[in-house]
Design a protein around this ligand. Sequence first.
Ligand code: ADP
Ligand code: ADP
Length: 232
Amino acid sequence: PVAARATDVWKVYGAGEAQVVALHGVSVELERGRFTAVMGPSGSGKSTLMHCLAGLDSVSRGRVHIGDTEVTGLSDAGLTRLRRDSVGFIFQQFNLLPTLTAEENILLPLAIAGRKPDKQWYDTVVGTVGLGDRLRHRPHQLSGGQQQRVACARALVARPEVIFADEPTGNLDSRAGTEILGFLRDSVRDFGQTIVLVTHDPNAASYADRVVFLADGHVVDEMRQPSSEAVL
Ligand code: ADP
Ligand code: ADP
């Protein structure tokens, strides 16, 4: 089963002299329950591919599916629903709401979707990220690593079809980064969560089951690997 698929996706920004072809007919299948890393140097098209897969940005040509839903073909309302119900995001900048506590941040996507949290699942997720008494704290009272754990729990609690993590360790020291990568890997192994990690960091990518390499908007290589503990 495929959680997300890009089929011959092209993305062109701008026009005329300023035109940039960010994706040149990229095709990639992301299997359900897998941890896939999309790796490549800065400017290779990683963020663009992620944005197209997640319904954050339109494609110039080609097709994108999340589960059985064709994303390229959805109305704006359909896209909003897709982002709300089927995908989760973890960003480099954490993107937590500063006025809400950790717990309120974690529960926000469910609240917006009008869904009741499954108490048992919530406890499992919160227990796994290990925030303890910090659940009542606001983001500014938390370290970067703790804020990113809140963001991980927020993504996971809604059980989305796919979680997209865009350079999630970019603002963390190596120890906090290792914890987050380990947590993402465990949530694939223990909960069957599908995760796509976007990174330029080979060490981060080494946590994934599979690495797709992008260069200049092309998929240039692909590698499967046994999930292994990376050495920092
Ligand atoms: P990263 O390399 O970490 O993806 P970027 O600096 O490339 O970060 O991109 C950050 C944001 O700026 C993205 O949302 C991207 O779409 C946008 N962006 C990147 N390059 C350009 C550009 N040349 N013109 C306008 N927006 C851009
Ligand atoms: P990466 O995430 O690998 O750093 P991006 O997807 O951000 O790469 O960018 C791929 C290419 O597309 C780069 O040349 C970048 O400058 C360009 N680009 C990205 N976003 C925009 C944008 N909004 N407008 C114009 N060019 C962009």
